[in-house]
Design a protein around this ligand. Sequence first.
Ligand SMILES: [Ca+2]
Length: 322
Amino acid sequence: MKMYLSLFLLLSLATGCATNRHTARIIFDTDMAPDYDDVGALSLLHTLADSGEARILATVSSNQCPTCVPCIEVINTYCNRPDIPTGGPRKDAPNLTTWHAGARWTDYLPMHYPHQTPTTAQSEDAVAVYRRTLSKQPDHSVTIVTVGFFSNLSALLASGPDAFSPLSGTELVKKKVKQLVSMAGKVPQGREFNVYADAAASQTVFSQWPTPILLSDFDIGEQIRTGKRLVESGIKGSPIVDAFSLCLPQDDPAGRMSWDQTAVLVAVRGASPYFRTERGKMTVHPDGSNTWEASPDGPHEHLLFQMPIPQLTQIIEKLMMR
Ligand SMILES: [Ca+2]
């Protein structure tokens, strides 16, 4: 028994996995196209689901890009969870394809890997997915992690009673959601893509969201470069390796910024021991820029580095590898 315990502790240390954690109930909301760190983030989330640290309740797209939902389903299927509910945004959400025009990974993945939904426009409304999913969960138990735009969450807040719940969207979130974790914004101020892509939705969420919000802002993920080990692994038949192999040569081959992976990591495991947090208030302005005002009793928190970045990079990249 002692040997097994020692092995377990060694394994825990090797994977950066702490013991005695509860299973985090996660809804993953992604723009899955402009950048490919979303692929790394969803892979990381599946790894944490494999280890029992996370339960993936739903995976939705905040981007109308036709291949977004197919790409999400490609990864869910590859990771042996083909039945996770997926959904797409309404017609006023951004419709943005990949920045890596020469790579076309968003076309390549659905062409080469199995998935159920042909195009994002044919997917279920993400707000319906949110409402159905949240209504079935215990109170104050769900962590929503957004690594894209706030289009779905704004629409969720504005939603009314339906067949899934007699509550308004805001009431349903207040009752069922524990926290929102978002890759978003610049600290102390700036203009960040996930926020300005749908500025009106971001303004609504940051002024009206009824639960705690934890932010991984631009400067966190920018300093964590991952993907090189994935590409060098030589693994065949993996959409995750393929996405990075197609894109990374066009970026810094040393590694891609890991914005979205940081949000998923802390959504499941919490900020400590990777980061410390500062409390304050994030305000989004009409042009999509934002300001951060530190305040001990503010409604939001943002991450600050605690663990040395090379060590954190290793943990994140290992969790992305499948
Ligand atoms: Ca993203």
